[in-house]
Design a protein around this ligand. Structure first.
Ligand code: ZN
Length: 317
């Protein structure tokens, strides 16, 4: 049960375990996801007077595990909580931190939680009994503090940078960096050992943007972090950022080249999927390749601006 799960197999229990906790720098630890699906990498970052927790885990029971660890770690220091984006395994345990920690996020993420949280709760409940069990009793939390684009959180002798990236993996993505330690928490903008997750579910959710995601990855690389903590998968260095950028660019180029030749979306998905698996045979999450193709087809320049590319009379009635 502990080996990484392929998508064809049933999901294992998405349970956060306080195991293999890694100290990345002085007073900065990660509770790794041990490659268990729907368990995120979770950060605990300390300063002299405060401690920031990054991600809650899926549902209140996982969040209680995280809060228990963080409270003990913090001792008499003040607790803050932030989440990289609103997806359930990252943020749907925040209610447990109410009264214990100040929940702080960017505005676009707060909006995602408020407008899409309930629908994602329903969707994730349908992913099987183990997931539904962890989601029992979830209430979508309301952040205590909301910022627009950038927030510098002073933990005492250490400042953590919270930055909204703009729409990419979701509308409200946020990256958390600890400059003195060279550590960057990317959330699902970066996964290690798996294909980029495109939550492309038209017509319900089409917020993911492949082209904006590429631009975000280029900007993140400029920060040259020493350690990158991906949303899921093993921690790494800046090469994780480059891997995602390269993959997304290839996905875009191969998709658009076929779109230019008026190949059907079905055929594009089949051909690009085969190509990407050949390129990354060891990566999990193959089901996300064709979601990415779908997203990028919609972002093809001719698709995005049909009025300027074709006479109005060519539009289907
Ligand atoms: Zn996500």
């Amino acid at each position: 049960m502990s080996e990484p799960m392929r998508s064809e197999r049933p999901l294992p229990e998405p349970v956060v375990r306080i195991e293999e906790v890694r100290e990345l720098a002085r007073d900065l630890v990660v509770i790794p996801n041990r490659r268990v699906q729907l368990v995120p990498n979770i950060g605990v970052i300390g300063g002299t007077h405060s401690v920031l927790v990054v991600e809650t885990g899926l549902g209140p029971r996982n969040a209680e595990t995280v809060l228990g660890f963080a409270a003990e770690y913090a001792a008499d220091r003040r607790l803050y909580l932030t989440t990289t984006h609103f997806h359930p395994e990252h943020a749907f345990g925040a209610q447990v931190f109410a009264g214990e920690a100040t929940f702080l996020v960017n505005r676009a993420q707060a909006d995602d939680l408020a407008t899409k949280g309930a629908a994602y709760l329903e969707m994730f409940r349908s992913l099987g009994e183990p997931v539904a069990r962890q989601l029992a009793g979830v209430e979508i939390a309301v952040p205590d503090v909301v910022y627009d684009d950038a927030y510098d959180l002073d933990l005492g002798g250490r400042t953590v940078r919270l930055r909204a990236t703009g729409r990419a993996h979701s509308r409200g993505d946020q990256v958390v960096t600890v400059p003195d330690a060279g550590v960057m928490f990317t959330g699902d903008l970066v996964e290690a050992g798996q294909f980029a997750i495109f939550p492309w579910f038209p017509p319900h959710d089409t917020d993911v943007s492949g082209t904006r995601w590429i631009a975000v990855m280029r900007r993140l690389a400029e920060a040259s972090p020493r350690v990158v903590v991906p949303g899921h998968g093993d921690l790494g260095g800046p090469e994780l950022l480059a891997d995602v950028r390269d993959y997304l660019e290839l996905l875009r180029d191969e998709t658009w080249a076929r779109r230019d030749s008026a190949v059907s979306e079905q055929t594009i998905a089949e051909e690009v999927r085969a190509l990407m698996i050949e390129r990354h045979p060891e990566w999990d999450g193959r089901e996300w390749i064709e979601k990415g193709v779908g997203c990028l087809c919609a972002e093809h320049p001719a698709s995005e601006h049909p009025a300027s590319e074709h006479p109005a009379s060519e539009h289907p009635a």
